[in-house]
Design a protein around this ligand. Structure first.
Ligand code: AMP
Length: 283
């Protein structure tokens, strides 16, 4: 595996592969890798001749009061994990490489960025879309891999690819969970044992709603009430949002559509923000 820090160098290397017509898969990450990330890497390896993983903690997707400075990092461990999986290229640019002085261009997927996480994190998806488009332009992948864990992000990236006529296939892979159901996240590292227990309520609440739907409940107010009641059980939990929306438009719904529903929640446990979801249908 080669670790590369500059755009010039990765372009040079990748141009050789492109001219040979080989498929390039890209897995964008912010590092501090866990099994969720690694599942994307494995899928990418299976489906492409060249696998590129990017590791970049993107400052433009963090709000001014968010955790950019304390976001967990362990680049050496990440490198070893990716080497074990026989990744071809690790692209780990510095901030100045991606956003040189006087950087001035941003991409916004407007409507889809308004609800859910977009409401409580203004500017977040603008930062995400911008950095992902830049990575696409730098790596020119055939296919790029994202996790359903960040469902709104995946919907937004797919829409950006469609709207901007990018010739890139987007693959969205299932949520990888810990043994107790907690969705894996780099931010879980912030949680104390007590907070982790509280954080579990999010996957439990979603799981309850999923079971109710399986049993035939389709009324969204009833499902939301059940999920909110579950979350209110623990005083350490502060609910950011708990919503059911259409999977394609991310607009609120009253009735579950078995082919087009996203149930998504975000909670704060102490200072840590956790998200989780389930979908009916496909992103
Ligand atoms: P991040 O490093 O948090 O930006 O995540 C990089 C990619 O990994 C994103 O596409 C995430 O959706 C995906 N990802 C993060 N956690 C999980 C998980 N638990 N299961 C599956 N994919 C995940």
């Amino acid at each position: 595996m080669k670790k590369i820090e500059t755009i010039k160098e990765i372009r040079n290397l990748l141009s050789q592969y492109e001219t040979n017509g080989r498929s390039i898969g890209l897995v964008p990450t912010m590092g501090y890798l866990h099994e969720g990330h690694l599942s994307l890497v494995r899928q990418c390896k299976k489906e492409n001749e060249i696998t590129v993983v990017s590791l970049f903690v993107n400052p433009t997707q963090f709000g001014p009061t968010e955790d950019l400075d304390r976001y967990p990092r362990d680049p050496e461990k990440d490198r070893l994990l990716l080497e074990e999986l026989e990744v071809d290229l690790l692209f780990a640019p510095g901030v100045g490489e991606i956003y040189p002085e006087n950087y001035d261009t941003y991409v916004e997927v407007e409507q889809l960025s308004r609800n859910l996480c977009g409401r409580s994190r203004p500017g977040h998806f603008r930062g995400v879309a911008t950095v992902v488009l830049k990575l696409f332009n730098i790596v020119k992948p055939t296919c790029a891999y994202f996790g359903q864990k960040d469902a709104q992000q995946a919907v937004i990236i797919k829409k950006m690819v469609e709207d901007l006529n990018l010739d890139i296939r987007i693959r969205v892979m299932p949520i990888v969970r810990d043994h107790d159901g907690l969705a894996l996240s780099s931010r879980n590292a912030y949680l104390s044992a007590e907070e982790r227990e509280a954080g579990l309520l999010l996957s439990r609440a979603l799981g309850k709603a999923e079971k109710m739907i399986e049993a035939g409940v389709t009324a969204v107010p009833q499902l939301k009430q059940t999920m909110l009641a579950e979350l209110k059980e623990n005083p350490l939990v502060r609910i950011d949002y708990m919503e059911m929306v259409s999977l394609d438009q991310l607009e609120p719904i009253d009735t579950v559509d078995p082919r087009n529903t996203l149930a998504a929640g975000a909670i704060f446990v102490g200072k840590t923000r956790l998200i989780d979801n389930f979908i009916l249908g496909e992103i």
